[in-house]
Write a protein that binds this ligand. Sequence first.
Ligand SMILES: *Cc1c(COP(=O)(O)O)cnc(C)c1O
Length: 390
Amino acid sequence: MSMQFRDLKRQYEHIKGAVDSSIQSVIDCAAFISGSPVKNLEITLASYTGSKHCINCGNGTDAITIALRALLDDIPREQWKDRAVFVPDFTFFSTGECPAELGLPVYFVDVRRDTYNMDPEALQDTIERVIKEKQHKPSVVIAVDLFGQPAEYDKLRVICDKYDMKLIEDAAQGFGGRINDKLACSFGDISTTSFFPAKPLGCYGDGGAIFTDDDRYADLIRSIAVHGKDTSNLSDPMSKYNNVRIGYNSRLDTIQAGVLNAKFPVFRDEELSSVNRVAEKYNSLLSDTSLGLPKILDGCYSSWAQYTVQLPEDVDRDAVQEKLKTDGIPTMVYYKKPMHKQEAFRNTVGENCLCPVTEELCERVLCLPIHPYLEQSEVEMVCGKLKRVL
Ligand SMILES: *Cc1c(COP(=O)(O)O)cnc(C)c1O
């Protein structure tokens, strides 16, 4: 069978028994929304990440939007247009889309060339510029654990405290990563993740989760995610028909919770170490090339949502991808366009952000196949062919 960029079929073969029976038990109960599988998953993931609360929701995009709504709850909506949100320029679209959709001005921050994550110095500079311009008040930072490695939360937290800003961790790609003993999804005032199938911990459709240690935020999140329901007396079954604010319909399907309950132990006990072995193999086989390799900072552990290299300046990326494709090797480019150059951000403050590192990365990055079920011999083949093509 041909090589897959992320082989979900191979994964399913490995965990079929547990997943099938978990899905079947949800169907047998005919309880398709909420119920004990969702509750159990929340308990498992809160305990794993070391967060006091985990609230499941519809997807990783909703998770960011709901997190922002909770953080800004005490600020009247008319003032949101004056509240600056800072997101990395090199990320998936949702990170900037969610604050923009709520009417918040979005400023893009450049990333580090070696880790691909938000550059704390660039964040500091961008905040200072916004303060000088006196147009918007710096309010929220959304940092991203890009490709699986947590952002530099020690430094980002110092900056957020200095300017009295809130911090969201977008760990859509970072679930399972950590800094020393602290796990991803525990670094933000509110942290979010996605269970989109290709993410480190994926379900079989859309899904997401929101994490916080703060009881008040947790209450707000539970309310906002389900039509603004009254969460003050959850033992009253009619309280969900008491709507105290405008919210969304963003729940995790019970079948998806069943899939995740079955997959999680395998993810924690096998897949994280397997995918790290794949990354180590890439690192060692590619160390003698002219490629820029992904850097994992001291004390950090990545869940390797992607293995992303940088091609030398004089290499034609399209041609490399085409040749590898002919050899049966799928590759991807995450991301081709800086956020500040997306059409959707034209004529906004974001358009004028200077992010030279992101611009260069967008020209040169190439993502190689990676997943926990990729064999060492397959990594050898990918590296051999890549070296020949270069
Ligand atoms: C995938 C992703 C999201 C969005 O998650 P969905 O579940 O697809 O909505 C948000 N941020 C980042 C960085 C992502 O990679």
